[in-house]
Design a protein around this ligand. Structure first.
Ligand SMILES: Cc1cc2nc3c(=O)[nH]c(=O)nc-3n(C[C@H](O)[C@H](O)[C@H](O)COP(=O)(O)OP(=O)(O)OC[C@H]3O[C@@H](n4cnc5c(N)ncnc54)[C@H](O)[C@@H]3O)c2cc1C
Length: 435
């Protein structure tokens, strides 16, 4: 039986001729030098776009995991690129360190998260990629390069968000901070109030985001704030262990596949059910160490599109999108997600020189997404949106070149490091206009 690689949502599949699982940087370099292209490196397969698809070689770094060393004064840690964020949290914690920010889940490999500009929320905090202080990269000919602000600075600016198109990161140095505790609060709030006060909510919490089922007139608001309170341990559920809420949500999604007219009432119901743990915004919340506080478990699978728009245009964009989804007649049962990310200086980062709001549209994995996402994308594009590299979009080289001022510089670095296009699969060729 040939090996089949699949992404998390199940919509991307690949049948590579070889699967490489190096356990050291030397093994990685030796095998990349002779590997048949396209050579694509997989993290945890949590991207929705076919970034990892290859009929040639897929590389996984699951054996390249762990913290190499750390620096107490600089608050940095050198981490093997295949380490998952879930494993990394306790490893850093033992050393008195925590990541500056994290996203919704912690299943990704560090290099996979860094490679697409994975982010959490916080107007003053950048993406995970923006906390990279340096990395080691295995290039197409098996050479190992080091990049940071002083050594190969062009490669550092191009490579932090480069989704495996310049080479394979073997090690990443992350800027961390001393361990810290976060308190989670939030609950249901009328969407009109959320949007009227969005800047205050954003500026008065380290992390602020909201979820909005467009058929409901309430959103579910979530804050994470630093606290001196004592953290309580969190039991992490094993893979696939569903909560009662997961089961209800899955049932709602299955029901609306056959009975689409139920989507309005069910979205209102899900809003009230999801907000139940804390209906008052001033109630004390869950208190946990940061690596336990950030991630959620996502057991109901979906496909996703996400665009980053200029921060000040976020409220208008989500209003227009939700109104369109209510009127459009397309069947959907997932909420929109709204987050803030600070500007950075990474050439292909969706947040390049722009404080941003990210808006995500999700579709249940057993429902077609093309029409829903096409409509959403047309709206995002009018708001100068830049797509998340790991989430579905249809932009090509000409569109991307307009959105990214350093696009040509990036392509220069890429052609210099990989003149034969060893790391390009069909998706990357389309993105880079190399068809
Ligand atoms: C349930 C769910 C929740 C999510 N939540 C968020 C969120 O909160 N915020 C957010 O921004 N995104 C989120 N995402 C998207 C996800 O974080 C990104 O798509 C991320 O890139 C996935 O990481 P991964 O380890 O699975 O990498 P993969 O998807 O396997 O790979 C991603 C890219 O990184 C490259 N790559 C992997 N390893 C290396 C390496 N060693 N060197 C060079 N390149 C490498 C791959 O080639 C590929 O191009 C979510 C996705 C899912 C499915």
């Amino acid at each position: 039986m040939p090996y089949v690689w699949s992404n998390w949502s199940g919509w991307v599949k690949a049948w590579p001729k070889s699967l490489l699982e190096p356990a050291t940087e030397e093994e990685l370099a030796a095998s990349v030098r002779i590997a048949e292209g396209p050579v694509r490196v997989a993290g945890s397969g949590h991207s929705f776009t076919p970034l990892v698809e290859s009929a040639g070689t897929i590389v996984t770094l699951r054996h390249l995991s762990g913290v190499v060393d750390h620096d107490d004064a600089a608050l940095t840690a050198r981490i093997k690129a295949g380490t998952t964020l879930r494993d990394l949290g306790p490893m850093l914690f033992e050393r008195g360190l925590g990541l500056i920010n994290q996203g919704d889940i912690d299943r990704q490999a560090l290099a996979g998260a860094v490679g697409t500009g994975t982010h959490g929320t916080g107007i003053e905090i950048g993406s995970i990629s923006s906390a990279v202080a340096g990395f080691r990269l295995v290039t197409a000919n098996g050479e190992v390069l080091t990049a940071n602000r002083t050594e190969n600075p062009d490669l550092f600016d191009a490579g932090r968000v480069s989704f495996g198109s310049l080479g394979i990161m073997s090690e990443i140095t992350m800027q961390c901070r001393p361990v810290y505790v976060l308190e989670e609060t939030g609950g249901r709030m009328p969407i009109a109030d959320v949007l009227a006060q969005v800047e205050t909510l954003r500026d008065t919490h380290r992390h602020f985001e909201f979820w909005w089922f467009p058929f409901s007139d309430h959103a579910i608001v979530k804050f994470l704030s630093e606290t001196d309170k004592e953290a309580k341990p969190r039991r992490r559920r094993p893979d696939g262990e569903e909560t009662r809420d997961d089961k209800i949500f899955r049932t709602a999604n299955e029901a609306t596949r056959y009975l689409p007219f139920l989507r309005g009432p069910l979205q209102k119901y899900m809003t009230s059910a999801s907000g139940r743990y804390s209906t008052s915004l001033s109630e004390p919340g869950r208190v946990r160490w940061s690596h336990d506080a950030f991630p959620s478990d996502r057991n109901v699978r979906f496909n996703e599109m996400e665009y980053a728009v200029p921060a000040e245009r976020g409220p208008d964009c989500i209003r227009e999108l939700a109104a369109h989804m209510r009127k459009g007649g397309v069947n959907f049962m997932f909420p929109l997600e709204y987050r803030y990310v600070a500007a950075d200086d990474i050439w292909l980062s969706p947040f390049y020189q722009r404080d941003s709001v990210t808006i995500s549209v999700h579709q249940y994995h057993r429902q077609p997404y093309a029409e829903l996402f096409a409509d959403a994308e047309a709206i995002f594009r009018r708001y100068e949106g830049r797509p998340h590299w790991g989430k579905l979009h249809t932009l090509g080289a000409a569109d991307l070149a307009r959105l990214y001022p350093r696009w040509d510089d990036f392509q220069g670095v890429r052609r210099r490091l990989d003149p034969g296009g060893k790391f390009l699969n069909a998706h990357l060729k389309r993105l880079f206009g190399e068809q």
